[in-house]
Design a protein. Sequence first.
Length: 122
Amino acid sequence: MTETEDGVARPETPTDEAVWKALANAARRRILDLLREGPLTTGAIADRFTDLSRFAVMQHLKVLVEAELVVVVREGRERHNYLNPVPIQHLYDRWVSRYMQPWTDALTSLKHELESRADRTA
């Protein structure tokens, strides 16, 4: 992980595997859901997880940072965590949308075929 002059910690470029691994855990998905509402300090995130220790939350945040799903900005002693949705969009573009288009086309064709059959029999 590298830290820039402005105090932002940035890991190396994530792989799809790192993003999938990060998203595979329910606690990490909950953290991402919290960050959708806006940036939170590590302490504020830990306070929302009564079932996890602060250390466990920090470990989950580390995985999210390594996958570049979370960007950390340090301000004094506080770490502000920001959601970075770009890796999720990359997964969507790479995996979901690629497989969705053929199915959508096939279902649209089927719909038109069934409608034209119904029109011919009516």
